[in-house]
Ligand binder design. Sequence first.
Ligand code: GDD
Length: 361
Amino acid sequence: MTARRALISGITGQDGSYLAELLLARGYEVHGIVRRVALHDPENRLSRLLPIRDCLHLHPGSLESYASLHQVLAKVQPHECYHLAAQSFVSYSFDDEFSTLNTNINGTHYLLAAIKNLVPECRFYFSGSSEMFGKVEQVPQNEDTPFHHRSSYGISKVAGFHLTRNYREAYGLYACSGILFNHESPRRGHEFVSRKITSGVARILAGKADRLCLGNLDALRDWGHAREYVEAMWLMLQQPQPEDYVVATGETYSVRDFAQLSFALAGLDYRDFVVTDPELYRPAEVNVLTGDATKAIEKLGWTPKTGFSALVREMLEADCDSVGIDLSLSVPHSGQISHPWQLPLAGQLTGVDGVLQQPGF
Ligand code: GDD
C-alpha cells in the first residue's frame, strides 16, 4: 500500500515540526512548503527539522504567491493538507496590519482554491486561533462563542476560519479549523512571552542578563503543550465529517504566574528581575482566554496531558540546558494537569476569577 501524503505549510515552525514528527511516526510521506531561502540556510531556518530533515520532502513556495502554491499542490497531490503558516505574532500585526492581513488571508485563500481546483479530495486543516474570541463574550469559550477580534491578526484568523467553512459548505471540501488556544514548548519562538520568560531566566542564571522586560503581566491565557495540540489537528482530519474544534486545557494562568513560576523554579523571585515596559503593551489587549475543549475531548478522543507547571518546567530546563546550566529541580510535580498549583510559589497562581482553577475536565 502506498503511504498517505501530507503537505504542511509552516513546517519549519514549532507546530509544523511536531506535526511532521507525528505524521512520519504514523507512516505518512511528509511534504512541507518552505521559503526558498530556507533551503539554502538549513542550519538556521530549518533548525527544528534537522533531526528529521532527511525524511522530509521540502518544496519552495510562498503564501504570497498563488502560482507557487498551485505548483506544489499539483506536484505533491496530497491526501491531507495542514495549513499552519502565518504571520503569527500578534504584536507585529499592530505594526504592519497590511502584511499580516495580506499574507494570512490570501495564503489561506490560495491554498483552498488550489485544493479545490487540483485535489478536491484532499482534507484541509486550518489553524484558527483563540485570538478570534478576543474580547471574550463568554467564559469559557467554545465553538459557539461569538468572535470579537482585537487585532489584524485576529481578523486574519477569523477570515481564514470563514474561508475554510465556506469552501466546506460551497464546494464540499473536507475542510475544518482547529481553534487552538496558546500552545508552547521548548521549540516556541523567542518573540512569544512564554519562551521570552524561560530563555530570559536562563540568561539571568548564566549571568548574561540582569533583568527581563515584559509588557502586560495581567493577561490571562490558557496554555497547553504544542506536541499534544498537533495530535488534535491530525485527529480532526480523520473524522467521518469535517467540523471545527476548540483545542485548549481549560485552565487559565496569567503572564505574571508564568514569570513567577519560572523564576521560582530557578530559585529566584521574579520581582527582583522583571521590569514592565509600557512599550510592550498592546494597543488592544486580549485580557483573558479560557477554552472549553469538551467537543474535542468527546468527539476526537483528544485530551490535554501536560499541566501548566510541567510545561513551564520543561521549557525552562531546555533553555537552561542551552546555556550550559543543569537546573537540578527538586520541586515535586505531577506532570499531569490535575494539580499544577502544588508547586511552592512565592504567591498564588490565580485564575480568571481570582481563585485557584480546578481542572476543567
Ligand atoms: N510576546 C510578548 N512579549 N507578550 C507579552 C509580553 C512580552 O514581552 N509581556 C506581556 N505579554 C502578554 C501579551 O500582551 C499577551 O497578552 C500575552 O503575553 C501572550 O502573548 P504572546 O505570547 O505573544 O501570545 P498571544 O497570546 O498574543 O498569541 C499566541 O497565541 C495565539 C492563540 O491564542 C500566538 O501563538 C498566536 O499566533 C496564537 O494564535
